[in-house]
Design a protein around this ligand. Sequence first.
Ligand code: PEP
Length: 260
Amino acid sequence: MPRRSSKKRECVITGNWKMYKTIEEAKQFVENVTPKLSSSQVKVCLAVPFTAIHPTAELVKKLGAPLVIGGQNMYDATEGAFTGEIAARMLLDAGATFVILGHSERRHIFHESSSFINKKVKRALKDGLTPVLCIGELDEERHRGETNAVLESQLEASLEGVSPEDLSKMILAYEPVWAIGTGHTATPDDAEKAHLFIREFIVEKWGKKIGNAIVIQYGGSVKPSNAQELLSQENVDGLLVGGASLDPTSFSEIVNSKDL
Ligand code: PEP
């Protein structure tokens, strides 16, 4: 299978803070990490808890920090009687420009299906928020040799009815579930194989132009010690980082590893 060149694609590295950090802790992180970010080749994003979106977005503006703030989830309605939920336009209003959708913790702890995620993807796109769509297989699926089939079915259902124009505004994240928060990273070779499969699938369904341009991040126990090798793979365009994004030193080392 031909290798597709990543040379023209943007490198996007996103920290996913999950349910960590108060407003003060979030602001301290932004203050600390800003002078440590030396790579000009990377778009650096932080998916922070809802409560920290507005304060961090304001601080980023004030400092002129090279950071983009986003959310970690949303609901697909614009407003209504949906206790505990948040709308895309509320995230935008608070200063978010992107949202993580379909994270494995949403799929597996909160039982979100790909068809439910599909509704959120469409709503985010309609309201002007960039969706970062996560897909990935379970350990048992990997052992049964079902990785590609799982990726295909998640992509098909989560992106159902999304136009090429809308897809070109999205980011995809390959996150093998067995690698998230476990310390077991996919080998660079395995990550590359999965990314190439995803890209080929997008090319087949949405066309060459979109498939070759779409940014595909890898996520799953990324650390300063493995970031550079993962990023050097042809079809790995960026990283989605959980645990190691909570500390300004490890997160900045991951970002700066793009320049090594
Ligand atoms: C994640 O939360 O998306 C993630 C990949 O977590 P970790 O880096 O901790 O494995």
